[in-house]
Design a protein around this ligand. Structure first.
Ligand SMILES: [Zn+2]
Length: 384
């Protein structure tokens, strides 16, 4: 009833079920792995199962009072927190949590979606857990007696967003656990958590989803037609959340056109065109740039399939086959694997907060060299 709402992740689901069956509930968990693969869905399912009055075979019954409240995101003993921007109005958090209760794969964080009243646009503003939030709000919520539930559950989204002072305050909370309190920390960057925090948590890894798992979920949940679902699933790089954003986006064709333009202009190498283009791309924020690079990777992988001519049926951008074939014919010297490596490396750097604009300018140079057949094109060397 609960676990089967989570797409894939059989290993994690099995482990959590066994935990519930044995009754040996850890005091704190870290669910880690890439974005959009089901960590939040699993945290909600665990919270719900912990509160369920009629747990059956390690699964919440789905019909008891606590289950109904958990499903609506209204259980008074399940608390969900997320990092916010400094000036985010407090009232802006509730609708995000509500949306998440309805669809745990939805995009609700302040960075990818500065406003809940519009679709994802992404912002460069930093988000974080403040010391005040921890010392006042979170401490208070977790130190009250349980209202009605069997456990007090605290779910922390993006739990890597603690600055030093906040991390230490949070550590104190972890160190003095209230009875029947369960912490669930969620992160895509487990290396950003303090070792002292990690050592107190049981770790559970969530892997990228398969193309089939994502495509199936898009057909079932988004009523997407199977062909489009399979295209989007290949683009989504293992993330159901990303696939859902793509599925609802009218922006995709425009972004793809931007990427083609970036490749074209990089090849021509005119600084007076490239710089304004990069400025326009980077002005839309880090998340948007990551999305753009993802689309770019999809196009480059298609180019490789066309160039190798061994499995054209695997092409993602089927509707662009003509343009892509022309590219391969015109640039027969292009070193596509190096281009892919450069884009992956740039994504990695942008994920780690390098300057987006500089990274794109550097990428443009490397792509130009690789398109001309230069064997030594590397992002790292030109960034140095
Ligand atoms: Zn129940």
């Amino acid at each position: 009833m609960s676990w089967n709402t989570i797409v894939g992740q059989e290993r994690a689901k099995h482990a959590l079920k066994q935990t519930l069956l044995s009754g040996r509930i850890a005091h704190a968990y870290v669910f880690h792995g890439p974005d959009g693969v089901g960590k939040r869905a699993a945290a909600f399912a665990l919270g719900k199962a912990l509160q369920c009055e009629e747990l059956r075979d390690g699964d919440a019954c789905g019909v008891c009072g606590p289950c109904l409240k958990s499903q609506k995101g209204l259980h008074p003993d399940i608390h969900v927190w997320m990092p916010t921007t400094k000036d985010a109005p407090h009232t802006d958090i509730a609708p995000r949590l509500q949306a998440l209760a309805e669809n745990p794969y939805g995009t609700v964080d302040f960075q990818s979606r500065p406003s809940m009243s519009s679709e994802a646009t992404s912002s460069n503003k930093q988000v974080f857990y403040s010391v005040d939030t921890i010392n006042l709000e979170i401490r208070r919520a977790l130190s009250f007696h349980r209202v009605e539930g069997k456990y007090r559950v605290g779910i922390f989204l993006d739990a890597d967003q603690f600055r030093t002072e906040a991390a230490n305050a949070f550590l104190k909370l972890l160190e003095e656990p209230g009875e029947k309190t369960v912490f669930i920390l969620i992160t895509n960057r487990i290396d950003h958590l303090l070792p002292t925090i990690l050592s107190r948590c049981q770790q559970m890894r969530f892997d990228p989803l398969s193309v089939d798992e994502i495509a199936g979920a898009l057909v079932e949940r988004e009523h997407q037609d199977p062909t489009t679902a399979s295209v989007l699933a290949r683009m989504a790089d293992g993330s159901l959340s990303r696939a859902m954003v793509l599925s609802g986006s009218e922006e995709l064709p425009l972004v793809r056109e931007d990427v083609m333009d970036f490749l074209r202009q990089s090849y021509l190498g005119r600084g007076d065109v490239i710089i304004p283009l990069v400025d326009a791309m980077s002005s839309r924020g880090r998340e948007h740039t990551k999305f753009l690079l993802l689309i770019c990777l999809g196009l480059l992988r298609d180019l490789m399939l066309i160039a190798d001519a061994n499995s054209p049926e695997l092409i993602v951008n089927v509707d662009q086959a003509d343009v892509l074939t022309k590219f391969v014919t015109n640039l027969s010297d292009a070193r596509i694997p190096e281009m892919i490596e450069a884009v992956e490396q740039t994504s990695y750097l942008i994920e780690r907060n390098v300057n987006v604009r500089l990274a794109l300018i550097s990428l443009s140079r490397v792509l130009a060299a690789a398109m001309r057949g230069d064997r030594n094109a590397k992002v790292t060397t030109s960034l140095a």
